[in-house]
Every structure is written in C-alpha cells, then in structure tokens.
Ligand binder design. Sequence first.
Ligand code: ADE
Length: 233
Amino acid sequence: MRVDVVTIFPAFFDVLEVSLLGKARGAGLLDVRVHDLREYTTDRHRTVDDTPYGGGAGMVMKPEPWGAALDAIVADAASRPTFIFPSPAGELFTQATARELSVAPHLVFGCGRYEGIDERVFAYAATLGDVRLMSLGDYVLNGGEVASMAMIEAIGRLIPGVVGNPESLVEESHEDGLLEYPSYTKPAAWRGYDVPDVLLSGHHGRVADWRRDQRVARTRERRPDLLPSDPSA
Ligand code: ADE
C-alpha cells in the first residue's frame, strides 16, 4: 500500500520508522511518503493560512498550497487515491472503516490545522480520487496529524503480513462488535490476585465459553451502545 501524508509538521510522522509499521515499511508492505505543505507555497514567508471570509476566529488553510501538493502526489500515482482528511466534522472512523481502507492501493492523508482547510480543496480532491472526511471521535484535536497517525496504524496493521500472527487480529475488540476478553499470563498467583481457575483447567470448551461470557459482560458494562438494543427493555 502507498500512503502519502501532507502536513506542516512532517516530524510528527518520524515515529512511523519504529515498531511494527517500521518493519512493514522495511519489508516493502507499506510505502509511506511524508510531504511538507510549506514546500508547495510560492511566497517568501511560505504562508499556508489566511483569515476566514465572513469573519470569525482563527485562520483557514489556503487552497493553493493544497492544490499543488495534491497535484504532485497524483502525478506519479499508479491509481486514483483515496483522500482522507481528518476532521472532527467527519464521519466516524471505526474498525470497519479500517478494514475497508486496508485493501486500498493508495491513501493520501491531508492534515489540517487551525480552523480547517478551505472547503474548495475537498471539491478539488474529489476530481482526483475518493474523498473521506474522517473523525476519530467526539473530541477536538489540534490538527490532523495525531488522527492520521492513529488511522495509519489501524489500517496498516490489517495489511496481510504486517501483523505476524493473523489469528491475533480475529478475536480483538471491535472485530465482531464485542470487546476483547481479559488476558492473563504466568504466574498463576501474583500479589494476592489469582488467574481465574477455568483458564488453568486445560478444558478448551470451557475456556471458550468463559471468554465469550466475559466479552458480552464487558461490552454490556463498558460499551452498551455496541450491543443490539433489547426490545423488551
Ligand atoms: N482533527 C481535530 N479533531 C479531530 C478528530 N476528533 N478526529 C479527526 N481529526 C481531528
């Protein structure tokens, strides 16, 4: 998968060098290219923002550098990319979204700052590929960089070969609408806390039943919004 990122803070993405995704890049599974938006400005001050038409607080990112950056990216693209603009005003990014995007050949993340990007940039990007405005959740970050990093990790780990044992992806939280069961390792007793007996029983059927019950109980307690609503309630 090819991933381009457009940002005024390229250093945010240095951490993609480490850990699992760094290995995926090394193995050629993930081709990440980070672009500094200021490289696409034409004025002496490398200006990327200006005051909003109609007034109001804050600054808006100017369309010209964005247009030049997107043009440069599509110029050597093999296919029409999917553009992802992180935004608290976007659709919710979920595990299902990550799955859907993990089979895309080319993603372009556009990281907005300030009060956002001039709206015309999204219309222009839609002439070059699919455009998705995506929100991580109902809270506000300072810009799209951290949100893009989260999405790149969630998507990247679903690319075949990135996570060593694909079975570890199957039973995770959010893959089938339930939260994950609790996990324990040795020692069986630690500081007065014991591992549940059923896990020491060696009885695979009972372990599977217990884990399923735990998943349902946790989901009911912590995330009842994930469960189908009870018609008798
Ligand atoms: N940018 C600012 N806040 C955001 C959020 N909640 N999700 C995605 N991008 C954002």
